[in-house]
Write a protein that binds this ligand. Structure first.
Ligand SMILES: [Zn+2]
Length: 739
């Protein structure tokens, strides 16, 4: 029912544009960006924004059955569905349980909407649609996320805004509440004047439900603290506080290994910190907030690696392979912006995007618009080319476009099956994709019973940095379906009354999987085009099947398609599809990584680490620390970062007067590992285990001096590092108990 309602609502536009909650393709961040854009536009013309955030008492529980039904009827939801929903909200019983005590089950007079039901958010969106349906323009606007609702006014002064709110908005809201039997909590209502004109801040008041509401310097909207001057100090403080809370909770999980801690940090701590960052973080100018956010990262890094507190953050980041805070935020902003650009042009966020794109070129304004600033870090032209992904759900009752999609078997069975379908199908078409010299191509080949080519087509897909093999395979299948259509047209209908069978053979399992399970994700347009074309073929009375065929198994059709696809892999693009978001994301990630590498190479920190490992930052450091117990990780960071218990380090930091080893030489990591005569005895074991790696301190410590592309041997490296750690422990030069 939730899926059907959602389909109806999106297909026929039954819900207001201002409702961002409980709907596919909509997020809180979008609702806040629409507001930020409105504020920026108002400030641009020296106006004041006054905002009221209302709090609905009870929300889901407070929904009145009769009022909801009236809303649904007004939006012409079918009677059957309305009856079902009325029943969903009737005859509810409840009992309260506490340990082994239980009250008797009693009926609930007005149960409202059940918490946790997938149906409740969408029904609530219908319920308050009259309330939140207000235009967003230069004079004001509104945004809602399920039961969170805020309304803003734009005017020359705080007083002008308050008058409008008091005389127009509050009566309207109170009338709605009376009509639907809802109730607003005046004490939880927030009022704020967003302006940098000091004399307008904290002016006046409004009266609601007989209670006065005074303006405050901050207001929390959908989890983001807006301050009246949009300097975001309070919000960043809140974000850090929350992140530290989670971080401390994770710290309580003892015996976690570095890689597990790293994953938890990235899955639980950074999302809390970065939430809705495009609203409050300016990637080009923000320095102070970044410094504060960085402290959370630094504390966690020291814990993950069990490193000395003197190690620089940049070194820790490279060693743990965790992006520096400013790059992480930039990465997040670019990803968010790329995703927003895939939304259909009638989505309400597009007003904001279009304005931010224009705003991006204006210099000299006194307050910055973070979204426009983040856009400056991106290539607009490329963004405009990205595919559109329609978040609207497909009809829940649609028919299958293919008679059968078969890909679940192993190579042997798949080959037999392919042979079988070939002999039983009237039309057999092969599709394949291939890459060559940085370009991708796809091709389609149709064979007759004598395995002669009767029809073929080649498609130039595009350069590999914009297109992937997966997409090229899908494009191949799309053209294969149209080839089936074409052949069926040319061929006189020999079969009487029976249906013709056509089979498309393809060697990409992932492409077939994507077609079998079409979802609203990257590549949607191509898959929809395939399904659409397939439905048309089926409508002509042709049973269309998709069959997986293992690649490179001397199948004449597959070989021919492969050859033609390779041949088509040349510069140019001969199909109508647009580059995919997934590729765009990979590109964004690569660029951020490259930036990180540049910054690391340019920094003066981590000299010791740089000497033993010249290819950082690289993902293999994750494997290096991966499963080490804390004590061992503590040893490894000492060896790699050069911050350790040896005298050279102690002298540098002023704990000791000399840097000498017990043997009289200078006590460095290299000296201890390779040279110190006092450790000759235990070094034999290390020499045997390490083999060739013993000749090079860098290789001993898991470092790589090879080029970026030369993949180091993970297994032998892990073995060497283990031997080194054993040796370091036995040498007793490094304390192996992490603090
Ligand atoms: Zn020595």
């Amino acid at each position: 029912m939730a899926r059907r309602l959602s389909y109806l609502a999106e297909k026929h536009g039954l819900l207001p544009d201002t409702q961002f909650g409980g709907r596919p393709g909509r997020t809180t961040e979008q609702a806040l960006l629409v507001l930020s854009n409105a504020i920026d536009r108002a400030w641009y013309t020296h106006k004041v924004v006054t905002l009221v955030a209302f709090d609905l008492k009870g929300a889901f529980n407070g929904v009145n059955k009769v009022s909801l039904d009236a809303c649904l009827r007004a939006r012409r939801i079918p009677t059957t569905a309305r009856k079902w929903i009325a029943s969903f909200m009737s005859d509810r019983h409840a009992s309260i349980g506490f340990d082994d005590f239980r009250t008797e089950t009693t009926p609930l007079a007005n149960a409202g909407l059940a918490q946790g039901s997938p149906l409740s958010p969408i029904l609530f969106a219908f319920f308050n649609s009259d309330l939140v349906d207000q235009p967003v323009n230069a004079h004001g606007g509104a945004s809602a996320f399920i039961d969170d609702y805020f309304r803003w006014r734009v005017g020359h002064s705080a007083e002008e805004n308050l008058t409008k709110i008091q005389s127009e908005d509050i009566p309207r809201i109170e009338a709605w509440a009376r009509r639907t039997g809802s109730c607003f909590a005046a004490e939880k209502t927030e009022l704020i004047h967003i302006t940098r004109k000091r004399r307008e801040q904290l002016q006046g008041q409004v009266v609601m439900n007989g209670k006065t509401v005074e303006p405050s310097p901050t207001a929390k909207l959908l989890g983001v603290v807006f301050d009246q001057e949009l300097r975001w100090k309070e919000h960043v403080q809140q974000a850090i506080k929350r992140a530290i809370k989670v971080s401390i909770a994770l710290g309580g999980l003892r015996h976690l290994r570095p890689e597990q801690m790293r994953q938890l940090y990235q899955a639980c701590v950074t999302p809390v910190m970065d939430y809705a960052s495009t609203v409050w973080h300016d990637p080009l100018r923000d320095k102070t907030h970044l410094r504060h956010l960085n402290t959370v990262q630094r504390t966690t890094l020291i814990r993950i690696l069990s490193a000395f507190r003197t190690v620089a953050t940049t070194t820790l980041e490279v060693e743990a392979h965790i992006l520096p805070t400013h790059l992480r935020l930039r990465h997040r902003a670019q990803n968010t912006i790329a995703s927003l650009h895939t939304l259909p042009r009638d989505h309400p966020i597009w007003d904001t995007l279009r304005r931010a794109q224009k705003r991006r070129n204006n210099i000299g304004s006194y307050a910055r618009f973070p979204l426009a600033e983040a856009l400056k870090t991106m290539n607009l032209e490329r963004l405009g080319e990205v595919e559109t992904i329609d978040p609207r759900p497909l009809p829940p009752w649609r028919a299958e476009s293919f008679t059968d999609i078969e890909f679940g078997s192993d190579r042997e069975t798949a080959r037999e099956q392919a042979d079988m379908v070939r002999s039983t199908s009237a039309i057999v078409v092969y599709s394949d994709a291939s890459g060559r010299e940085g370009h991708l191509g796809a091709a389609v080949v149709a064979l007759d019973n004598n395995l002669e080519v009767i029809e073929s087509q080649q498609v130039q897909v595009g350069p590999m940095d914009r297109w992937s093999v997966h997409v090229a395979e899908l494009i191949g299948i799309f053209y294969a379906v149209s080839t089936v259509f074409k052949i069926s047209h040319q061929r006189p209908r020999t079969e009487h009354n029976g249906t013709t069978t056509a089979t498309i053979l393809c060697d990409s399992k992932s492409a077939l999987q994507a077609i079998e399970n079409p979802r609203n994700k990257s590549g949607q347009r191509i898959i929809h085009a395939i399904l659409q074309a397939a439905a048309e073929v089926q409508a002509k009375g042709i049973a269309l099947r998709l069959q997986w065929i293992p690649g490179h198994c001397d199948d004449p059709g597959n070989d021919a398609a492969d050859r033609l696809a390779k041949d088509a892999a040349s510069p140019g693009k001969t199909h109508p599809f647009r580059p995919l978001l997934t590729r765009k994301r990979a590109l964004i990630r690569d660029k951020i990584r490259a930036q990180w590498e540049r910054e690391w190479k340019a920094s003066t920190n981590g000299g010791h680490l740089r000497k033993i490992d010249s290819t950082l930052p690289a993902t293999y450091t994750r494997k290096l620390y991966g499963n080490l117990p804390r004590g061992r990780a503590y040893l490894l960071t000492q060896l790699r970062t050069g911050h350790n218990w040896l005298s050279t380090y102690a002298k540098t930091f002023g704990f000791r007067d000399n840097d000498q080893c017990v043997c009289g030489a200078q006590e460095t990591v290299t000296h201890v590992l390779v040279d110190c005569p006092n450790l000759r005895e235990i070094r034999r074991e290390l020499r045997r285990e390490a083999g060739d790696a013993f000749n090079d301190v860098s290789s001993l410590l898991g470092g790589s001096t090879e080029g970026r592309r030369g993949k180091p041997d993970i297994v032998s490296r892990a073995r060497t590092v283990k031997a080194v750690l054993d040796f370091a422990e036995a040498s007793q030069r490094f304390k192996s108990r992490a603090p």
